[in-house]
Design a protein around this ligand. Structure first.
Ligand code: ZN
Length: 250
C-alpha cells in the first residue's frame, strides 16, 4: 500500500477538519505539515499536533499577517522553538501582490525584516523554514543568499523561474508543488516540476486554499508522474522520504 505525506497545509483553517482527516487516513496520508500564519493560530496548530501525532508543526508569521504582530512575538516564537525540537518555522516569505495592496503595513521592506528575523531563528535552531514567494523572486534570492539559513528550507507552492532551481537547491531548498501544475496552461510551474531533482521534491494540498484537502495528494502524485514522465511508485517513495527528511532531519 503506497503511503503519502502532505508537505504544506493549514489544517487550522479547515471547515470540517475531522472529516478531512478521516478521508486523509483512508487515502494513506501518513503525515501532514501544518503551517501557522500568525501568532493567534500558533496555539491551534500546536493543539492539533497534540491530538494527531502525524501532524507536524510550523510556527511563524506569513507576509499577509504583518498587521497582527504584537510586541515580543520574536521572543515568544523563539521560546516555542527552543522548547520543542520538532517544531519548524513557517509560513514566512515575501509577497509583492500583498505589498501593492497594503503598502503601509505590508511593504516589502517590512516583509523582508520579518522574514529575516524568522530565518535567523530557523538558522539558530536549525529548523527548516517554509517559504511563500509571490512575484518577489529577485528580492527573495538576495535575502536567501545574504541571511543565515538552516540546512534545509521548503519553497512552498513553488512556481519561480526554472533557472532558479539549481541555485535554490544549492542553498538547501526543497520544492513543494500544489495543484496548479495539473493545469496544462501552467507551463512555468510544470517546467519547474519537471526540472526539480527527485531528492528535493515534495507535494502539498495547501488546504484549505484552492478548496483542497490532504486526501487529494495521491491524485496530485498521479499527475506529477505524468508531467515528470516518471514511474509513479518511484515518485511516491521519494516524496515520502523527502518529507520525512524535512520533518526529522534525516
Ligand atoms: Zn500556505
Amino acid at each position: 500500500m503506497p503511503v503519502y505525506f502532505d508537505a504544506h497545509a493549514h489544517l487550522q483553517n479547515m471547515v470540517d477538519l475531522k472529516k478531512a482527516l478521516l478521508k486523509a487516513e483512508t487515502a494513506q496520508i501518513q503525515g501532514i505539515i501544518c503551517n501557522a500564519t500568525h501568532e493567534d493560530d500558533w496555539g491551534k496548530v500546536i493543539e492539533l499536533s497534540k491530538t494527531y501525532s502525524n501532524i507536524h508543526v510550523c510556527l511563524g508569521v506569513h507576509p499577509w499577517f504583518l498587521g497582527s504582530l504584537k510586541k515580543g512575538w520574536e521572543a515568544r516564537l523563539e521560546r516555542l522553538l527552543k522548547e520543542n525540537p520538532s517544531y519548524m518555522v513557517g509560513e514566512i516569505g515575501l509577497d509583492k501582490v500583498r505589498a501593492d495592496q497594503d503598502p503601509v503595513i505590508s511593504s516589502l521592506d517590512n516583509q523582508e525584516r520579518v522574514m529575516r528575523i524568522q530565518m535567523d531563528l530557523a538558522a539558530q535552531y536549525n529548523r527548516p523554514f517554509h517559504m511563500h514567494c509571490v512575484h518577489a523572486w529577485d528580492r527573495i534570492m538576495h535575502v536567501l543568499k545574504s541571511n543565515k539559513r538552516p540546512d534545509f528550507f521548503v519553497s512552498h507552492a513553488h512556481h519561480g523561474n526554472v533557472h532558479l532551481i539549481p541555485a535554490l537547491a544549492e542553498m538547501g531548498a526543497f520544492f513543494s508543488y500544489a495543484s496548479t501544475f495539473v493545469s496544462p496552461e501552467r507551463k512555468k510551474v510544470r517546467a519547474c516540476l519537471a526540472a526539480t531533482p527527485l531528492d528535493r521534491l515534495l507535494v502539498e494540498s495547501d488546504c484549505p486554499d484552492l478548496s483542497s484537502e490532504p486526501a487529494e495528494v495521491p491524485n496530485l502524485v498521479k499527475h506529477m508522474a505524468v508531467v515528470r514522465q516518471q514511474d509513479e511508485a518511484v515518485l511516491i517513495k521519494a516524496l515520502y522520504q523527502n518529507a520525512e527528511r524535512i520533518c526529522y532531519g534525516r
